[in-house]
Design a protein around this ligand. Structure first.
Ligand SMILES: [Zn+2]
Length: 254
């Protein structure tokens, strides 16, 4: 059902944008086009990522491969087109590889249960190119423990673009799940701070105290999210294995 009739469904932010654009001298027809573009779209049979209405399936947010079997019954799914769904598959696999290998997240009991599936996926013949892309540039490194002892390990460069895309897609899906409509195209989620920095972890714990209520948790600590709303703009903390926070801001694209 599309309840996207103007102007009563506009949020304050959207209305503010409209007034701003009108004051810049947009001609009437352009204003109306812009108004329609900004109006909330309450359709539920629509890809929450690209807005397509064709070839829809359901997408798990976050992807179900992060949850070891038996999987929880409260996994979140949102409508998604097959093209977007297929586009996300490598990003999803990459994210699981990274967080099951990362020291702080990989020691979580649920991450350790996923390690068998991850290992089997990496061993497959068709994963050869993927293995090379992920591990080809591994470098010797060391882990410094809290008692200052050290363990040898290997470090792989992180593909930031994939992590950012993963975060962006997760927030778009959660936005739809929480609000019941697709994020308007004038907004976009952006990742904020390097999730692999220890400073991001301490900052996220500090920031979480400013949020209302407890984070929503799915699957024994595998995933949790916390959101603070500022009209259509919002601030999200996505927690993976209780040790990796992705902080995302949803704001205007420009
Ligand atoms: Zn799509």
């Amino acid at each position: 059902m599309n309840r996207g009739n103007f102007p009563q469904n506009l949020t304050q932010v959207e209305f503010g944008c409209l007034l701003q654009n009108m004051s810049k001298g947009w001609r009437g027809i352009a204003c109306l086009a812009r108004l329609e573009f900004m109006t909330i779209n309450y359709e539920t049979n629509i890809c929450v990522y690209c807005g397509s209405r064709d070839g829809l399936t359901r997408d798990h947010v976050p992807p179900k491969l992060l949850f070891p079997k038996p999987r929880p019954s409260d996994l979140i799914t949102v409508p998604c087109c097959i093209d977007c769904n297929q586009l996300f598959q490598i990003d999803d696999s990459y994210f699981r590889t990274v967080i099951t290998l990362t020291y702080d997240t990989g020691k979580h009991p649920e991450a350790q249960k996923s390690w068998g599936s991850e290992f089997r996926a990496l061993q497959r013949e068709e994963s050869k190119a993927y293995r090379k892309a992920v591990f080809g540039k591994a470098q010797p490194a060391k882990i410094v423990h809290p008692d200052q002892t050290e363990s040898p390990t290997a470090a792989i460069p992180i593909d930031c673009l994939r992590i950012c895309r993963f975060a962006q897609r997760t927030v778009l899906g959660l936005f739809f799940h929480v609000k019941g409509y697709r994020l308007a195209d004038i907004y976009t989620p952006r990742i904020f701070m390097n999730p692999f920095s220890p400073r991001t972890l301490s900052f996220s714990k500090f920031l979480a105290k400013e949020f209302d209520g407890e984070p929503k948790t799915i699957g024994k600590g595998v995933f949790a999210y916390h959101v603070k709303w500022f009209e259509e703009e919002s601030l999200w903390i996505l927690w993976f294995y209780e040790a990796l926070p992705l902080i995302c801001l949803v704001g205007p694209k420009s």
